[in-house]
Write a protein that binds this ligand. Structure first.
Ligand code: ADP
Length: 281
């Protein structure tokens, strides 16, 4: 474990108090001035995702996914919506190999997700849980964000560099020594994302990224999601979030994709939305 979390980042600690301003970036073009600049500057290229004929049966025999076909281009941002129990989480948990298809395939770039590739896949596909407390378990933000790179055996300089960049990407520079469980939900959600960004993933998978946030927390999440260079797949019930961030949306019901297209068209289709327990934003 790192002996002095965050210590080498003297410059970062100039901004320990709330609402730090990023160095040299006076105005944010989208009018969200309360945080330092966000956005990934990681080297990893976003990867495409290809899902073919995916079926999944839980051990009790219930078939939660009944033939999912889905192609997502590198760098594309796609929202997954649908009523409770539709299969959204079950689908997302296939992206990094937590679940293995009963039938069909999931490919990240040119790698098929299976037992032999799952370790590599976990480094390339970052999963951000709805509840950040499922992801944060260290006494300091630094240790939580450093955990992945440390586990990969990276040199200390690289670990510090990654932590710094991951925190910058979520507007949490300066929080290295803070205790995650004392922070607001919005801050904990952003740190949870940073713990995944520090692995330099090519694909990011979110479960309900805006759930439970106050208006400011929501605005911050929207700005962060928009700036991410990775391929992004997110389940959500927040149709305004879909409209604000995701150009494409898929609607899932009863384990099947029932609609897939541009968000502005799908969010305008009241009949379709009502048929699947959804509402217009
Ligand atoms: P969503 O995320 O859209 O709410 P889920 O993927 O969580 O839906 O669940 C899809 C379906 O699979 C639901 O009918 C749910 O009851 C069922 N399911 C979820 N987990 C299990 C499990 N461990 N065993 C059996 N069925 C499950």
């Amino acid at each position: 474990m790192p002996e002095q979390p965050g210590a080498p980042h003297a410059h970062a600690h100039q901004h320990l108090h709330a609402h730090p301003h990023g160095p040299g970036h006076g105005h944010h073009p989208e009018g969200a001035p309360e945080r330092p600049p966000i956005g990934g500057d990681f080297a990893g290229e976003p990867a495409p995702v290809e899902i073919r004929h995916l079926h999944f049966r839980y051990p009790d025999g219930f078939e939660a996914l009944k033939g999912i076909d889905l192609s997502i281009a590198a760098g594309e941002k796609v929202a997954v919506v649908g009523p409770n129990g539709a299969g959204k989480s079950t689908l997302l948990l296939h992206l990094n190999g937590i679940f293995e298809p009963s039938h069909g395939t999931v490919e990240i770039g040119d790698t098929t997700v299976d037992r032999s590739t799952v370790r590599r896949i976990r480094a390339r596909v970052g999963l951000v849980f709805q509840d950040p407390d499922d992801q944060l378990f260290s006494p300091t933000v630094f240790e939580d964000v450093a955990f992945g790179p440390l586990h990969m055996g990276m040199p200390e300089g690289e670990i510090h560099d990654r932590v710094e960049r991951a925190l910058a990407a979520v507007g949490m520079t300066g929080f290295e020594r803070r205790t995650p469980h004392r922070m607001s939900l919005g801050q904990r959600k952003r740190v949870a994302l940073a713990t995944v960004l520090s692995m330099d993933p090519e694909v990011l998978v979110f479960d309900e990224p805006s759930a439970g946030l106050d208006p400011r927390g929501r605005r911050e999440v929207i700005a962060i999601l928009r700036a991410l260079p990775q391929t992004v797949l997110a389940s959500t019930h927040d149709m305004r979030l879909v409209a604000d961030v995701f150009p494409r949306v898929i609607v899932i019901d009863d384990g099947r994709i029932v609609a897939d297209g541009p968000s502005d068209e799908i969010l305008d289709d009241e009949t379709l939305l009502a048929a699947h327990g959804l509402e217009r934003p």
